[in-house]
Every structure is written in structure tokens, then in C-alpha cells.
Design a binder for this molecule. Structure first.
Ligand code: HEM
Length: 417
């Protein structure tokens, strides 16, 4: 993935199974020079100063106006909530704003309407997983007959197309009076200095839908497993609460905490929280495996010989649980393994900690992902007590994203009420 990157491509086998994220010109499905070009654009976008400023504004805004009223209400009513769904709404709200500038308003309608984008992505990811397991002729036959997971895949495609058309028409109408801050779609349509010429509608669709998926699904999945792991390791929750109090309220005037544009920086001081997040991503990487095809025969570091006919699957889920990589205690949740003797964050090489991929195709949204997760975790842990429903089954879904099959049911209690 790193040392011989150019020999290991996503290739046509990947593309035909994940075609919902665009063709061979789009970021997620391209290789070679096409990918380099798209990658340059997405990197420039994600590291742009204007985006950083926008992110610092919208995260506190979504939490204050969308999430906190819901959490307060759940606490007052004593209602059970599916945290996985709630997290997906929070991250979708964010993803929609940075990708298109449009508000999704899906935190307003909780309990009333399903998040259609999320449902379409979930169904598509399950169908893609099936496409990887069953013979090609079989899923192609299912697609032709419009049955099974292929029926859902087709429906998902239509829903995502509808979202895309809506985004595009809103944007085209409002382009001149765009007050929604820095977002990828405006950059594509303007065209912005980081994009150059406006790409085809197909490429834009693939990249925008892909960006929303990459932002939303990964971070909400990480959040769900984080709270599940914390429920099994209450000492870690206490440590995070103590750390928040120590660093955010140094004068000991402990009170409610809401993130503000200025306060997001404070989250970087929370070493134990960062360690607990890395530990979650080690044990439950939202993207549980990567697939590649070699262009030329090669010998893997393991000694295995591979050639053009070898489909390579690298399981980050398995890697996170290997004694040879993480030691005898690899199955334990131990945030301490990420903390140096001096109390700083211990950085692990990406080929060891593979949750964000490794090499040139490493996730370009890693830092934003950490900010997004830390802001909501700190808000929830400091202000509320989360009690998971003990009897509710928690199992991973069979999909290309490691979501929970039945969600994560919990009750919420406001600590300040
Ligand atoms: C916990 C959070 C996240 C995790 C675990 C994660 C993980 C990954 C992984 C494993 C890949 C490689 C997938 C592949 O092989 O195609 C990837 C790609 C990508 N991620 Fe993330 N991601 C996270 C958050 C984000 C966020 C918040 C953003 C955007 C703000 C983002 C944007 C992207 C993009 C654009 C790519 C495609 C890069 C390329 O193909 O060159 N990710 N991510």
C-alpha cells in the first residue's frame, strides 16, 4: 500500500462492484493519473483555510441547535433512542454542509422520518458486500431480474441520484448569493482555483456522494462502537470525564459544556480521549477491509506471491486483533497503549494502525474526523449519562462498513437537570 503503491490498484473488479460511487474518473473509483488529479482537488479542499474556519463554525452550530435539544428532550421523556441513527444524522448534517452547502435538517425530524440518504447507503453497502462474496454471474442475474440485494441497490442508486439532483438544482439557483460557506459543490461549479475546470456532472456526482459517504458513515460508525466500548469499560468513561474537567475547566468552575468555534482547539489537549478513539478504531475500524489488484507479479511482505489474477483483501479488522501486531492483550480495550510515558499521544505507523488506510491513498479527512467525533463525545460525556439497553443485541452488520446490525439503543440522562 505504501512501498509499491503504483502496483496495487483498485481496478475494474472494484469499480464494477462499487459503481454507485462513480465511474473510473471519480475519486473513489479511479486509479493512476485520473485519481492523482481528483486526489489533488480533495486534498486542497479539505486542507483549505476557509474549510477549517467553516468546520469550526458548523460543528458547534449543529451540536447546539440540532443535537442538544434532542438529547434534552430524550432525557426529559426518558425515551429510548438509537444512538447509531442519532450519530448518523449528526454526521450527515455536517457532511451535507461541507459537500454541498445544503442543510439536511435531519436532526429536526428525528423519530418522524428515516434518513433516506443513510438508508440508501446502508442498503448499497450491503449489496456491495454480497457482490464480493457471490459469483459475478449470480449477482448480475439478480440485478437483471431486479431481486434480492440487487433490487435494493437499484433503489439506493435512484435515491442518491435524487439527492444529487436536488443538491445541484438548489446550488445552481443560489450560486450567486451563496452564503453557506465553503463547500465542495460550490468549488466545482464556480469553478474554484482548487478545482480548475468544472468536471462532468458524473464526476461531480460520484465525488460529492462519495465525500458525504466517506465523512458520514465512517465517523458515525466510529462513534457507535466508541459508546459501546465505553459501556463495557466504565473506568475509561470516568477517565475521559476527569480529563475534560481538568483541561476545559482548569479553574474548577465545572458547568455545562457546549463546543464553540474557539473551543474546538481545546479538544486537542484531551490525550486520553484521543487514545480511546484510536483504540476504538483499532478494534472496530469503520472500513473493515481494503481490496486491491496487483498490476505486475510481486511478493508480499508476508512472502506470498501475487499476480494480476490475485484479488488481495487486507482486513483492518483482523489486523487490529493480531497478537503479532498488537501483542497478547490485543483483544482488550486499552487506551493506555496509545499514550507515551511522558503522557503524550503515541503515534503508530499507518501500516500498523490501518483504520485510515496507508500510503498515498490514506484518508485525507482523518483530522476532520477526529474533530467531529471529539466534539460530540465531549458534549455527551460531560453533560449526559448514557445508559445502553442491556438486552439489546449488538452485532456488526454484513457490509463494507462496520455498522451495527440492530443499532445501539440507549437512554440519556441530563447531568445538569
Ligand atoms: C473515523 C473516521 C474515518 C475513517 C476511519 C476513515 C477511513 C478511510 C479509509 C479506510 C479510506 C480508504 C478507502 C478506500 O480504499 O477507498 C478513506 C478514504 C477517504 N476518506 Fe476517510 N475516514 C474517516 C473520516 C473521513 C472524513 C471525516 C472525511 C472528509 C471530511 C473523509 C474523506 C475521505 C476521502 C475523500 C477518501 C478517499 C481518498 C482517496 O480515494 O484518495 N474521511 N477513509
Amino acid at each position: 500500500m505504501s512501498a509499491n503503491f503504483s502496483n496495487y490498484v483498485k481496478g475494474s473488479e472494484w469499480r464494477k462492484r462499487l459503481d454507485i460511487f462513480g465511474d473510473h474518473h471519480s475519486l473513489f473509483n479511479s486509479d493512476f493519473d485520473e485519481w492523482k488529479q481528483q486526489r489533488k482537488v480533495v486534498r486542497a479542499f479539505l486542507s483549505h483555510q476557509q474549510l477549517n474556519q467553516h468546520v469550526a463554525k458548523i460543528i458547534p452550530d449543529i451540536i447546539e441547535k440540532g443535537l442538544i435539544p434532542i438529547l434534552d428532550n430524550l432525557s426529559e421523556q426518558g425515551t429510548v433512542v438509537d444512538l447509531q441513527d442519532l450519530f448518523a444524522r449528526y454526521t450527515f448534517e455536517f457532511a451535507s454542509l461541507i459537500a454541498t452547502g445544503s442543510k439536511a435538517n435531519c436532526l429536526m425530524r428525528i423519530g418522524l422520518a428515516e434518513n433516506q440518504f443513510q438508508k440508501a447507503i446502508d442498503d448499497a453497502c450491503e449489496a456491495i458486500f454480497a457482490r464480493l462474496l457471490i459469483p459475478e454471474t449470480f449477482w448480475k442475474l439478480q440485478r437483471w431480474l431486479g431481486i434480492g440485494k440487487e433490487r435494493k441497490y437499484k433503489k439506493s442508486w435512484k435515491i442518491l441520484d435524487k439527492f444529487w439532483e436536488k443538491y445541484l438544482s438548489i446550488k445552481r439557483e443560489k450560486l450567486c448569493e451563496d452564503q453557506e460557506g465553503f463547500n465542495a459543490l460550490t468549488c466545482y461549479l464556480t469553478p474554484h482555483e482548487i478545482v480548475g475546470q468544472t468536471p462532468t456532472s458524473n464526476v461531480m456526482r460520484g465525488n460529492i456522494v462519495g465525500l458525504i459517504f466517506a465523512t458520514e458513515d465512517t465517523t458515525s460508525t466510529a462513534l457507535s462502537w466508541f459508546f459501546w466500548l465505553l459501556s463495557k469499560n466504565p473506568v475509561s468513561e470516568i477517565k475521559i470525564r476527569q480529563e475534560v474537567i481538568k483541561h476545559i475547566f482548569p479553574q474548577n468552575q465545572v458547568k455545562k459544556w457546549r463546543p464553540t468555534a474557539g473551543s474546538l482547539e481545546q479538544l486537542n489537549k484531551l490525550v486520553y480521549l484521543h487514545a480511546a478513539l484510536c483504540e476504538t478504531l483499532r478494534l472496530f475500524p469503520p472500513v473493515p477491509y481494503e481490496m486491491r489488484t496487483p498490476l505486475q507479479p510481486d511478493i508480499l511482505p508476508s512472502g506470498h506471491r501475487v499476480d494480476q489474477k490475485t484479488g488481495i483483501v487486507i482486513s483492518s479488522y483482523a489486523m487490529g486483533r493480531m497478537i503479532s501486531i498488537w501483542g497478547e492483550d490485543c483483544h482488550e480495550f486499552k487506551p493506555e497503549r496509545w499514550i507515551t510515558k511522558e503522557g503524550g499521544i503515541k503515534h503508530e505507523a499507518s501500516h500498523k494502525f490501518f483504520a485510515f488506510n496507508a500510503g498515498p491513498r490514506i484518508c485525507p479527512g482523518k483530522e476532520i474526523g477526529f474533530t467531529l467525533t471529539k466534539a460530540i463525545i465531549t458534549t455527551i460525556i460531560h453533560n449526559y449519562h448514557v445508559q445502553l439497553v442491556e438486552t439489546h443485541p449488538v452485532t456488526p452488520n454484513l457490509s463494507i462498513v462496520l455498522r451495527m446490525k440492530h443499532g445501539l439503543m440507549a437512554t440519556i440522562n441530563n447531568r445538569w437537570a
